[in-house]
Design a protein around this ligand. Sequence first.
Ligand SMILES: [Zn+2]
Length: 246
Amino acid sequence: MRTLSFGAFACATLLGSCPALSEMSEQQYDFVQANMIGVFYHEMGHAIIDTEEVPIFGQEEDAADVLSALLIHETFLEEDAQSIAFDAAYGYINDPSGMEAVAYWDNHGPDEQRFYNHVCIFFGAAPDKRRALAEDLGLPEERADWCPAEYEQASEAWGTVLDEMAKRPQKDTLVFIPGTGWHADVLNEIVATEVEDFNANFTLSHPVQVRVEPCGQANAFYQADGRILTMCTEFIDHMLELEKRY
Ligand SMILES: [Zn+2]
């Protein structure tokens, strides 16, 4: 368990030497950081499914979302975990106006459903401490009743895989390749911290490259061919845009 790192923000406020960061308020930075952690853990879900040959019954995208919520719960101390889970929940809603047509054919579930699944797993992990959070996020009682059981099931399924990776000798199987360009400094710092933390706790069966780079779209993806996890720098502006709308 750890607390959130504020290294990047401190750099902007204390030294004044991070130009892209200095334009971000603390609230904006928190929103961006929480969402990039949530997205990174989701992509790690795809990476682990590939390297550990995890059998998936159902949608792989759902399994990756579940891992993301579980890792937020497992990695951070309560206050930080709640703040990340709260901000990362809103990261699922790409169209807060609700005007965009739902793409039911998509391999990701509808945004609102991903939002509630995320809130449910995170709430179900510690219902006594997180009732207020679940209420703030609008989790209905009808669903909330099931969340502790949903968490248990998720935790057992992913727990077996995570335990296996934790037992192996430490080997730095995530290899970080920092990026350059607009907002790369922000994303480099956030992702580097997560890579270091993952390597300290887990060893994959095969190494995976984690790259921060511009990709022409606000996205992140895992390519099984070559085992490359890419976090796109365009995501930062997308998150700042979303943050403005909330
Ligand atoms: Zn995915």
